[in-house]
Structure formats: structure tokens, C-alpha cells
Design a protein around this ligand. Structure first.
Ligand SMILES: NC(=O)c1ccc[n+]([C@@H]2O[C@H](COP(=O)([O-])OP(=O)(O)OC[C@H]3O[C@@H](n4cnc5c(N)ncnc54)[C@H](OP(=O)(O)O)[C@@H]3O)[C@@H](O)[C@H]2O)c1
Length: 361
């Protein structure tokens, strides 16, 4: 049997090729999963942009020149040599942009298992966990297409919200989100909006001119401002900036503009990766890496409580996004390649959620 993948040249992200690899026979303790569907958002593009620095190429290695971008999705076990993970089991987790994945389940329990394959052992543990979907009360089939699009991004924003709250929002009056139309940005705005009565923070979204109407329609932001208008339209009061865009020059200028009113910049993403010129000059800033914060929360609250709290809030956000974001399916590798290249070039419509189905004929 063969596995098909989309491979990206690590040194030139504009080179993308489809490839086929022969799958070797399973060894004892291994399973073969057929990947049913996965989401593609700008977050996955960022995995490629920072693939070498943050080791995203190491999850599903191809070779020295080519890499495979990780994605979130669902798969079905179609062959098993593991006594506790039978054929027919459906799983949710981290997969390659491929049709199949071989794994070596360890720490198997009712909820899921980890892939114990050696090369993943040193990578952040949350990426190695697979949730068993069959008979899982936390899993709602009605949300199936939205889960891989929203869940990883919402988890990040849940963690950002709690980080800011624990820091007393750095004594700021307003929280300014760049790339306010991104799903991760909207998820943070949702959390801030849900807790507005207790926190009392103004929620400001910065976005591109073409996305202003969409961001306003979401209903979580108190103010929505185009990037170029922030100096005129944004209130000069105590401000935390949560940056998903990576527009480093704008952040430096904003720091000068806000001066003492700037309390903190949380550096989350680089949706506009071509404008990212290095973060050294960005004032009062600190990187926020969700896997590290999640591990910390597991230690502090326990993994069950943390997952429970995330899932409680996630359900409400998915219900909202089902009204805002339309699912578009991508069912062949050539279309996937075109979509990847469009996303790399910044052509992203925030009203669309892409679901790739690599095994449809
Ligand atoms: N640090 C972490 O642990 C962590 C975890 C999860 C996600 N993230 C990051 O959060 C960011 C958002 O990801 P997402 O998947 O939520 O994004 P998304 O939903 O695909 O949203 C894309 C948005 O990016 C903005 N954008 C601005 N310039 C762009 C450009 N040149 N190309 C493409 N998009 C551009 C647009 O919004 P505007 O017009 O509103 O700017 C666009 O609507 C990513 O950089 C991701 O890596 C970081």
C-alpha cells in the first residue's frame, strides 16, 4: 500500500510536490491509520514558515530537502498489530498532510493514546496524543468538521486569556488583537467577550480593510479598526497588544505611538509572515508558545480539569463559528497544492474553513 503526501521544500516554501511512499508491513505494536479529513488554516502555513526553528518538520519527516506540514484531523485505524487499538477505531489528533500514518500507540487508555515512535519523543507531548472518538461523550458528530479547524486554535486562545488574566491584564484598559479576523484571534475575542462583565476590558480588533465588515459581524469586538487607521482611531489608554499578524514594523511604531500606555505585547503568530523582520525591536514583548503554556496548566490544574475547562468554552465558540464560517472541502492533491500556495501568499478568506479529505477517490 502507498501513502500520498504533499511535500514542501524546506528552503523554498513555494516549491510543493505530491509524493508517494510505499508503506512497509506493520511490526508488532504498530497501527496504520487512514486519514479521513484535516483542516488547513494559516496556522499550518506558520508551521512551515517556522518549520526548522520550531521543529515542525520533525513530526513527520520526509528527507533533508522536503518536509511535510502537520495538520489536525481525524483518521480511522485500518490495520492493527496493537492489542488495545483495534481496526475501526477513529482518532482525532496531529497528522501529516498525507493519506496515511503509521503509529506506535503507548499509554493506551479509554480516552486515547500517544504515538510512541522514537523521533516524536522529544517534541511537545500535546502533539503526540490521539483522542479515541468512538463512544467518547466529549465528542459531538455535529461539530466534526469544525473541530479540527477550531480546536487547536481555540486551545491557544483559552491559554492566552488565562495568561493575561493571571497577569491582571498588565493593568491595561484595552486589549488590542491584530489579525482580528483569524480564527485564533476570534477565539481570544470570544473569551474576552464572555468574561467582559468580570474583567471590564475593551476589546479592539485590528484587521485588513477587506475584513472589517466580517470582523464587525462577529460581535465580540467593541471596536474594529483598519491597520492603517490605528494611530487616529485607537484610544490612547493602557493597552495590551496580542499580536497574531507578526507585522513587526507596525508593532514598533505602535510602541512609539502608545509610549507609556503600552503595557505588554504578546507575540503569538505571523499570519503576515513576509512582513515579519525580527522581533528584537518590538517593545515590551514576549513570545507565547501554546504547547508550553498547556504543559504548565496540566501541571497546575491537572490534565483532566484543563481539558474539561477548554471543552466547556470550546463548544460555545464552535456553535458561533458554525454560523460565521462556511466549510469548503478539498478532495484532491492538485487542488490542495493550489490552496496551500494561495494561503502562503496571504489569500485567505476568513469566512471559509477548509477541510481536506485525502482519501476520497
Ligand atoms: N503561538 C502559538 O502557540 C500559536 C498557536 C496557534 C496559532 N498561532 C498563530 O496564530 C496565527 C493565526 O492563525 P489562524 O489559523 O487562526 O489564521 P486564519 O484563521 O487562517 O486567519 C488568517 C488571517 O490572517 C490575516 N492575514 C494578514 N496578513 C496576511 C497574509 N499576508 N497572509 C495571510 N493572512 C494574513 C488575515 O486577517 P486580518 O486581515 O484580520 O489581518 C486573515 O484573515 C498564525 O500565525 C498561527 O501560527 C500561534
Amino acid at each position: 500500500m502507498q501513502s500520498q503526501s504533499l511535500q514542501i521544500q524546506k528552503a523554498n516554501l513555494y516549491e510543493a510536490q505530491t509524493s508517494e511512499q510505499e508503506l512497509s508491513a506493520l511490526q508488532d505494536g504498530e497501527i496504520l491509520m487512514k486519514i479521513e479529513k484535516y483542516a488547513l488554516t494559516t496556522n499550518n502555513i506558520t508551521y512551515a514558515v517556522s518549520g526548522s526553528k520550531l521543529r515542525y518538520w520533525d513530526f513527520f519527516p520526509a528527507d533533508d530537502t522536503w518536509g511535510i506540514i502537520p495538520v489536525w484531523g481525524f483518521a480511522e485505524v485500518i490495520e492493527s498489530k496493537h492489542p488495545d487499538v483495534p481496526v475501526g477505531e477513529r482518532c482525532y489528533g496531529y497528522f501529516p498532510m498525507s493519506s496515511h500514518l503509521k503509529a506506535q500507540p503507548i499509554k493506551v487508555n479509554e480516552g486515547g493514546f500517544r504515538d510512541g515512535i522514537e523521533h516524536r519523543a522529544a517534541l511537545p507531548p500535546i502533539y503526540n496524543y490521539y483522542m479515541r472518538v468512538n463512544n467518547n461523550p466529549a465528542f459531538h458528530p455535529s461539530m466534526e468538521n469544525y473541530l479540527p479547524i477550531i480546536q487547536p486554535l481555540f486551545t491557544t486562545s483559552f491559554l492566552i486569556y488565562h495568561f493575561l488574566k493571571e497577569q491582571s491584564f498588565f493593568e491595561a484598559e484595552q486589549i488590542v488583537l491584530t489579525s482580528a479576523s483569524s480564527k485564533t484571534g476570534m477565539a481570544l475575542a470570544y473569551m474576552l467577550h464572555q468574561h467582559k462583565a468580570e474583567d471590564g476590558k475593551k476589546i479592539v480588533g485590528l484587521t485588513s480593510p477587506s475584513n472589517v465588515e466580517f470582523v464587525k459581524s462577529v460581535g465580540y469586538y467593541d471596536e474594529v479598526i483598519e491597520y492603517d487607521a490605528y494611530a487616529n482611531e485607537m484610544t490612547k489608554s493602557g493597552t495590551v497588544v496580542v499580536d497574531f499578524a507578526g507585522k513587526t514594523q507596525m508593532l514598533e511604531d505602535m510602541g512609539n505611538h502608545l509610549a507609556d500606555h503600552l503595557k505588554h505585547i504578546a507575540l503569538i503568530g505571523i499570519t503576515d509572515w513576509k512582513s515579519t523582520k525580527g522581533f528584537r525591536g518590538v517593545p515590551k514583548s514576549e513570545f507565547f508558545f501554546a504547547p508550553t503554556h498547556l504543559q504548565n496548566k496540566y501541571k497546575e490544574w491537572g490534565s483532566q480539569k484543563t481539558t474539561g475547562l477548554i471543552n466547556q468554552s470550546l463548544g460555545g465558540f464552535i456553535l458561533d463559528t458554525q454560523k460565521l464560517i462556511e466549510i469548503v472541502y478539498v478532495d484532491d492533491l492538485d487542488k490542495l497544492r493550489s490552496l496551500y500556495l494561495e494561503m502562503l501568499d496571504g489569500k485567505v478568506d476568513p469566512k471559509i474553513g477548509y477541510i481536506v479529505r485525502p482519501n476520497l477517490p
